[in-house]
Design a protein. Structure first.
Length: 135
């Protein structure tokens, strides 16, 4: 994952030059989405096998790409507070449905991830990077 500037990420990750060596937050967010989709898929799609049904897997793959390409890089706010609309509307509606249902259940099933996400909600929403910095 590329970063826009040289800094030490607030989460402890280190940004060297244009490359983020440790992007723990992005990884954790993808993991959180994965866990939420797993809860949702298991409940609504009766997907018994390991992993997700093709539909939920598509949603996860999309979400992962969006997170990795987030224009805010390591300063990424939580998605629900983000001023940009990087999800296409159909995907946005699908992921919101999943998160609304799975959100409260995460505290029970994955309390650590849940607490990290709550802490992330306190992160300030940064200004949008200027066009020149965008990939
Ligand atoms: Zn599913």
């Amino acid at each position: 994952m590329r970063a826009f500037f040289v800094s030490v990420a607030t989460n402890g990750g280190v940004v060297l030059g244009r490359y983020t060596v440790v992007s723990t937050r992005a990884k954790r967010e993808v993991l959180t989405v994965h866990k939420m989709l797993a809860l949702y898929c298991h409940h609504f799609h009766q997907h018994k096998k390991q992993g997700l049904c093709p539909e939920c897997h598509e949603l996860l793959a999309f979400s992962e790409r969006r997170t990795q390409r987030c224009i805010f890089g390591e300063n990424k706010p939580v998605c629900e507070k983000c001023p940009t609309h990087c999800y296409k509307p159909s995907m946005r509606n699908r992921i919101r449905t999943v998160m609304r249902w799975a959100g409260p259940r995460m505290l029970l099933h994955h309390p650590i991830l849940s607490i990290f996400h709550m802490l992330d909600k306190f992160r300030p929403v940064p200004d949008k990077p200027t066009k020149a910095l965008r990939r």
